[in-house]
Design a protein around this ligand. Structure first.
Ligand code: FAD
Ligand code: EPU
Length: 301
């Protein structure tokens, strides 16, 4: 990495040496050496353009709710800090990528718009939800997505409607150096009381099946087609398996929780042990659902 970084980057608001424990819900990882926090789309574009020009690798962070960080990260990380700004136009609502995902779900519900109830318990940012095509209870973001805006790896701005193949289960075309800047969802008129009741029902279901009182990163492994990774982990007898302060949740097998002092190495070891044990028990090789920074060979297989 060039030292110092180019002026075009250093002109963007940034912080040094921020612990990933503070940037992620799981609470492990080393230091984020360079955290850039653009407050305008122009600054985000300047970030991507400067990195492209210098040939610098970089990453984009949202709410850090789907991340397992294994160590320090030297490359610049961008976390959007665009102003919260929800805009309604009839049945369509637009939001910047840095909008809180749960907050957006609540806000549109309060407007009497139905379609984002499923998202009421999915933390993180709208940009991260778009990248992950986040979903729950049989729904996912692409189901309501009308348009999305993003920067290409060269920093060009594109706005488009989703097309077949661009979003699927916990995957989208937004990897590979694209940065989501915002989206527009198309919702339906709904009765606010019924929307609230549906949200309450989802919350109750989540509260009884997921370990929400401990730090975690949501489900760690993807559900294999027609299977539940949580059930497979459970059937392999792994609930309660512990490496230091990292534990397979006794409540839900696909949640690994941090009891407070877990390290990246403990999480990496626990993930590897769970994967090996499920493979031995059921012959199924689980794939991570979380993003792992930097990507380690053995866990992704
Ligand atoms: P991050 O974790 O910050 O990043 C995830 C990925 O998105 C990274 O690759 C990152 O580079 C990329 N990214 C972030 N912002 C952008 C951007 N602006 N442009 C391009 N790429 C970007 N997920 C579900 O799908 N369903 C659930 O039911 C669910 N339940 C959860 C419950 C709990 C308690 C927790 C902690 C997590 C849960 N998750 C769930 C996982 C997580 O909340 C989602 O994947 C979420 O959408 C990630 O958003 P984020 O902003 O935190 O992304
Ligand atoms: N199950 C077990 N033991 C367990 C966990 C689950 O037997 O330890 C069984 C349950 O009893 C149920 C089945 O497995 O019969 C499915 O469990 P659950 O309803 O909890 O759903 P899941 O498939 O484990 C998925 C998503 C969640 C999402 C829920 C609700 C994935 C990997 N997980 O979980 O998403 O919240 O459905 O829709 O797709 C995430 O992506 O981070 C996430 C939490």
């Amino acid at each position: 990495m060039p030292h110092p970084l180019p002026d075009a980057l250093l002109a963007i608001p940034h912080r040094r040496d921020v612990p990933f424990a503070k940037l992620t819900t799981l609470g492990v990882g080393g230091l984020c050496r360079w955290l850039f926090e653009p407050v305008t789309e122009a600054q985000a574009q300047a970030f991507v353009r400067a990195c492209a020009r210098e040939g610098l690798p970089w990453r984009v962070l949202g709410g850090g709710s789907n991340l397992v960080v294994l160590g320090d990260l030297e490359e610049p990380v961008m976390r959007l800090r665009l102003p919260q700004d929800l805009r309604r136009d009839g049945l369509e609502v637009s939001a910047p990528a840095s909008q809180g995902h749960i907050r957006m779900s609540q806000q549109v519900g309060d407007m009497g718009l139905s379609g984002l109830e499923y998202a009421s318990g999915i933390p993180g940012s709208v940009g991260g939800a778009l990248h992950m095509n986040a979903g729950a209870y049989g729904r996912e973001l692409v189901d309501v997505l009308a348009r999305y805006r993003f920067l290409t790896p060269d920093g060009d701005l594109v706005e488009k409607a989703p097309e077949p193949g661009e979003f699927r289960y916990r995957w989208s075309v937004l990897g590979g150096g694209r940065v989501a800047l915002g989206l527009t969802v198309r919702l339906a008129e709904g009765d606010p009381a019924r929307i609230r009741a549906q949200v309450e029902d989802y919350r109750r279901r989540r509260g009884t099946s997921q370990p929400l009182s401990k730090r975690n990163a949501g489900c760690i492994f993807k559900n294999p087609p027609g299977q539940s990774a949580g059930r497979l982990i459970d059937q392999a007898g792994l609930k309660g398996l512990r490496v230091g302060d990292a534990e397979v949740s006794p409540e839900h097998g696909n949640f690994l929780v941090n009891h407070g002092g877990a390290t990246s190495a403990q999480f990496a070891e626990l993930m590897a042990r769970v994967r090996e044990a499920v493979l031995a028990h059921s012959g199924i090789g689980l794939e991570p659902e979380v993003e792992i920074w930097p990507s380690p060979g053995p866990i992704t297989g």
